[in-house]
Write a protein that binds this ligand. Structure first.
Ligand code: UDX
Ligand code: ADP
Length: 464
């Protein structure tokens, strides 16, 4: 089966970049990316490609190359479904905030809505690809909805989880470690799997395209994220121990990372992992384990989240205790709001929780992030529900550059590892701050001794 027309439902952090790369590598395939969010689609279509809604290095160049040639962004979901041979579902699957599984299970209402919409519109056979991260066995529910349309159309469901990391999405898509495609072992299932393999084979070596059954594929995505998050929580747990034993977590990470069985990646202690995936996927894993009565398995993975919450709280608390146990009325400058560098995504960013803690301690929070706008910062804090919009507008200040943000601050805290913070004129920052000038490095970005030399009262995460 040759794929000529792809529809992707959901023009977010996964759908947008993934479809742009597919369009760029498969010029003979028409790729329609659709979303209900009109504003988002308008931005994807903005004449100035620098205004596309997602910041990812290299992405705007690809969009410029393909847009309106074989890559289209639109809100006409029905038309795109109707025209497609293959439909990727890339909608959001947030943690449920209500009812059964509240705070744990993935909310599949957007997925179900998509399935119902596909079922009502489709008039010919289609391959449906789960791109969003989903609980294991979601394909079963999708199939149940799709197969009961009664109009004779046949759907084949594939699981093709996305492993791209934000900030490096384009590189990850261009040279993936692997592409995973789960499908059924029936004749139709294998043909569907082959059709998707052929799309990726335009640029991914075939030995990197792994095929499995649907359930293994769904569970592998949750597992990969759980393992990665676990590494961060493991090194973060050690960072606290380092601080009381005069060990240095960077040195410990280097020492263990040279063991080829452990490897050097994902061993950077931090103020806590964020992002849309890690927490959500582990909670989801915990929920699934619990629902099968596997309580020890659930407790084991839940500890990764408990450690992460502890790390964010501990960092915020450190700021308060170092500043003579009070930050009331003090100006605390936070450098960085995104959950990691090179993205404008702020979902579950540690900066949100640290700010909330500081606001609760009556601090004034001053923020600068090179890619995150004030509206986003206020709305992230609003979601936690501890402060009204009016209070936040009064007590949260935002800036267009780091130096103004740090001016006259009692403390500066590095929340995101943006490269520009390394290059900052730290002597100038020090001169303009209240003394003693406290600097909290939540990303181990700066040279501790150099900063102490300038005069800062320096706290570097994981350094005794
Ligand atoms: C993650 C997975 O890496 C990716 O494969 C999956 O598709 C989606 O989830 P992402 O959340 O975009 O990607 O970013 P990632 O680089 O994994 O970082 C997640 C969080 O962990 C960030 O807050 C980051 O700062 C933090 N982190 C990462 C650390 O604190 N230390 C590390 O050593 C690595
Ligand atoms: P991710 O990081 O998984 O890509 P995002 O929240 O960035 O998540 O993107 C998901 C997108 O899916 C959002 O832009 C949302 O508007 C869109 N979406 C959700 N449900 C539907 C739907 N039924 N039809 C079309 N778009 C949808």
């Amino acid at each position: 089966m040759m794929i000529k027309n792809i529809c992707c439902i959901g023009a977010g952090y996964v759908g947008g970049p993934t479809m742009s790369v597919i369009a760029s590598k498969c010029p003979e395939i028409r790729v329609n990316v659709v979303d209900l969010n009109e504003d988002r689609i308008k931005k994807w279509n903005d004449e100035n490609v620098d205004n596309i809604p997602i910041y990812e290095p290299g992405l705007s160049d690809i969009v410029k190359e393909c847009r309106d040639k074989n890559l289209f962004f639109s809100t006409n979901v029905e038309q795109a479904i109707s025209d497609a041979d293959m439909i990727f579902i890339s909608v959001n699957t947030p943690t449920k905030t209500y009812g059964v599984g509240k705070g744990m299970a993935a909310d599949l209402k957007y997925i179900e809505l998509c399935a119902r919409q596909i079922a009502s519109v489709a008039t010919n056979d289609k391959i449906i690809v789960e791109k969003s991260t989903l609980p294991v066995r979601t394909a079963e529910s999708l199939k149940a909805i799709l197969d009961n349309t009664g109009n004779g159309v046949k759907f084949d469901i594939l699981s093709n989880p996305e492993f791209l990391a934000e900030g490096t999405a384009v590189d990850d898509l261009l040279t993936p470690d692997r592409v995973l495609i789960g499908g059924e072992s029936s004749e139709r299932g294998l043909a569907a799997q082959k059709a998707l393999v052929e799309v990726y084979a335009h640029w991914v070596p075939e030995d990197r395209i792994l095929t499995t059954n649907v359930w293994s594929s769904e569970l592998s995505k949750l597992t990969a994220n759980a393992f990665l998050a676990q590494r961060v929580s493991s090194i973060n747990a050690l960072s606290e121990l380092c601080e009381v034993t005069e060990a240095d977590v960077k040195e410990v990470a280097r020492a263990i990372g040279t063991d080829s069985r452990i490897g050097p990646k994902f061993l950077n202690a931090s103020v806590g992992f964020g992002g849309s995936c890690f927490q959500k996927d582990i909670l989801n894993l915990v929920y699934i384990a619990k629902s099968y009565g596997l309580h020890e398995v659930a407790d084991y993975w839940e500890q990764v989240i408990i450690m992460n919450d502890h790390q964010k709280r501990r960092f915020a608390k450190k700021i308060v205790t170092r500043l003579f146990n009070t930050v009331s009325g003090k100006k605390i400058c936070l450098l960085g709001w995104a959950f990691k560098k090179d993205t404008n995504d702020t979902r579950e960013s540690a900066a949100i929780y640290v700010s909330d803690y500081l606001l609760n301690e009556h601090a004034e929070v001053h923020v600068y992030d090179p890619k995150v706008k004030r509206d986003q910062i206020i709305s992230d804090l609003l979601v936690l529900g501890n402060f009204s919009k009016e209070e936040l507008e009064e007590r949260v200040f935002t800036y267009e550059d780091a130096l103004s943000c740090a001016n006259q601050a009692h403390a500066v805290a590095i929340m995101t590892e943006w490269d520009e913070f390394k290059e900052l004129d730290w002597k100038h920052v020090y001169d303009e701050m209240f003394k003693p000038a406290f600097l909290f490095d939540g990303r181990m970005l700066l040279n501790h001794d150099e900063m102490t030399g300038i005069g800062f009262q320096m706290y570097t995460l994981g350094k005794g």
